[in-house]
Design a protein around this ligand. Structure first.
Ligand code: PMP
Length: 338
């Protein structure tokens, strides 16, 4: 037993657990890294901590300073909580389409929240571009200055997974891991774990949601992004700096109709309440398992906790509106409060 000196030191070292249904269905050991057990309930606490530490070490962030970021939500929650524990203010810019639960949590964590329309990167009001401009403005007006966290192109994000997530998986499996796969938001998790484990012979897979362009890029060299997904926090259309130098060994595009039943089964049968991106990841792990064949061990990340999406992913009316399958147990007497 140890006593952590602060919130930051309680980030990481998350459990790796066997996912029984997916393991039995494939004849492999499919393992999920419980990133929802971080203090901010997502994998992005790691990136938040590494980005803040890096900015402090490089003298860019002074006590009382402000951290500005554009995020689908989880990085904002991580930055707000870690920032608070270290004496920084946070301003978060989020596309208005993200779940209400994440927006509420960002405000609860003490950050100032700016909502912008969900528009493509080429539009100046895109959340990433808006946050960059806002950071520049606040750097001039705030007493203790401001920085732009820039999670997509700040490689301190990837470094969190090179230093910690990858080595943790290696140590937890005692080196007996054959494959790792996950989806990409910034690419920090996938490229970082790949940098740590690919040189050790671990096969790395990309699990792309529909509407993302990386599966197309890595298989044909062209960016094409057919379809769409209700998952949040993933789905990239360019090679971010965090992805530079990375190449997956395998790649799949995974539809929501395959990923969401995985989320529902894990909740119904294994007590694991997960967000949609974890469904893409575990469905991807099952594809990688089938590719490598029975007897292999595949790890993935369980990115965040399902209660963050109660009004969408676990809401029968929302699923039906999107034409997505609704499990019988969710559709019967409602588990959602009116
Ligand atoms: N899942 C969720 C729920 C996320 O919020 C994110 C980050 N936006 C990811 C997956 C992807 O992680 P990364 O940014 O490291 O690619």
């Amino acid at each position: 037993m140890t006593i952590h000196s602060d919130l930051a030191s309680a980030i990481g070292n998350t459990p790796l657990i066997r996912l029984h249904g997916p393991s039995e269905a494939t004849g492999c050991e499919i393992l999920g890294k419980c990133e929802f057990m971080n203090p901010g309930q997502s994998v992005k606490d790691r990136a938040a901590l590494w980005i803040i530490r890096d900015a402090v070490e490089r003298g860019l962030l002074e006590p009382g300073g402000t951290i500005v970021e554009g995020t689908a939500g989880n990085t904002g929650i991580g930055l707000a909580l870690v920032g608070c524990s270290m004496g920084f203010k946070t301003v978060i810019v989020i596309p208005e389409t993200q779940s209400q639960e994440k927006k509420d949590m960002i405000r609860l964590a003490g950050a100032e929240l700016v909502q912008v329309p969900a528009v493509p990167y080429k539009n100046p009001n895109n959340y990433v571009r808006y946050s960059e401009r806002l950071a520049k403005k606040l750097a001039e007006t705030e007493d203790h200055g401001a920085i732009w966290a820039n999670q997509f192109d700040n490689v301190a994000n990837r470094q969190a997974h090179i230093d910690a997530t990858g080595p943790e998986i290696w140590a937890q499996t005692e080196g007996k891991v054959d494959g790792f796969i996950c989806a990409v938001g910034t690419g920090g998790t996938l490229a970082g774990v790949a940098a740590a484990l690919q040189p050790k012979g671990v096969k790395i897979g990309l699990a792309d949601p529909e509407g993302a362009a990386l599966h197309s890029y890595y298989t044909t060299g062209e960016f094409a992004s057919p379809g769409s997904s209700i998952t949040e926090g993933i789905g990239q259309g360019r090679i971010t700096r965090n992805l530079e130098g990375f190449t997956p060994d395998h790649s799949w595009r995974i539809p929501d109709s395959e990923a969401l039943p995985v989320v529902f089964d894990l909740l119904e049968n294994e007590g694991l309440c997960l967000g949609g991106s974890s469904g893409i990841n575990v469905a991807g792990a099952m594809r990688l398992a089938r590719e490598l064949g029975p007897g292999h061990t595949i790890a993935t990340v369980l990115c965040d906790y399902g209660t963050r999406y109660q009004s969408k992913l676990f809401n029968p009316a929302f699923l039906k509106e999107k034409g997505l399958p609704v499990p019988e147990w969710l559709d019967g007497e409602s588990r959602i409060l009116p």
